[in-house]
Ligand binder design. Sequence first.
Ligand code: C5P
Length: 293
Amino acid sequence: MSRVVAEAPAKINLTLRVLDRRPDGYHELDTVFQAIDLWDRLEFDHDREIRLESDHADLPDDGTNLVYRAADLLRAESGIDGGTKIRIVKKIPLGGGLAGGSSDAAATLLACARLWDLDADLEMLEPLARRLGADVPFFLYGRTARGTARGDRIERLQPFGEKPLLLGVPPFESATAEVFERASRRLTLPANSVNFPALFGHKWKQPNDLAFFGNDLQESVFETRPELRTFREGLLVAGATAALMSGSGSTVFGIFEDVASRDAALANLTGDFETWSLVPSRTLDEGVRIHVG
Ligand code: C5P
């Protein structure tokens, strides 16, 4: 293979329940990940070393980048000699709860396995993905999937379907570890540990679906960033069937029944949120795309 190109989608969390704090410092989650139509692009060429460049000034191009670590981990585990030159074209906002870095890392595992002609199936790649970060295994699957444990035990769900979305990305990032810390102090178990698993496995029928949407990290972020709450309320007033913060924030998204109502919401909210980036998107029954050249 002379070149492999990967397209790596962003995700939102349709639900995110924080069930408990774990001895390893992480939190026990029950979440529904959903891939969305917003993509980073990564190009992989053969090289003797692993080298990285990107079009985004804030993205590290050294061993601290999750993409670099993904390629390095796969190289070490498979014992191959070569490397790859990776070029990242970044479209997914950083620090927005859309997991662009995790998606790029999963895409790197899939793409390097092809570039280096490895006999690597999901069974081999999933433990590597888990070592890279809690959100990475989901992106080996994409589509609609449930994440338990640290969010890294993945189970496929019925497709949610293609629904129009409006993403509101504020001009500040969210610090994931801090958000989990604050939210978990508010959890008064077992009152919050609803039997959420019992709600899964359904076929996403309306109108009961609304009961599924929720994010246990949301309130504590809204307390420090009230404009996120205002944006969420704006989405609901503008006709969103559900609106939530994604992951640990800072992005807030609305789900709409049709493109016309989504576009009307976009027009309504633009004036009041001038410093935000308002991004039309949609939920997708797809995952990482790999093109071999
Ligand atoms: O795994 P990842 O590096 O993406 O996680 C970032 C941080 O988010 C962790 O260091 C941890 O503080 C927090 N986290 C958590 N519980 C999870 C996932 C993430 O507490 N299930």
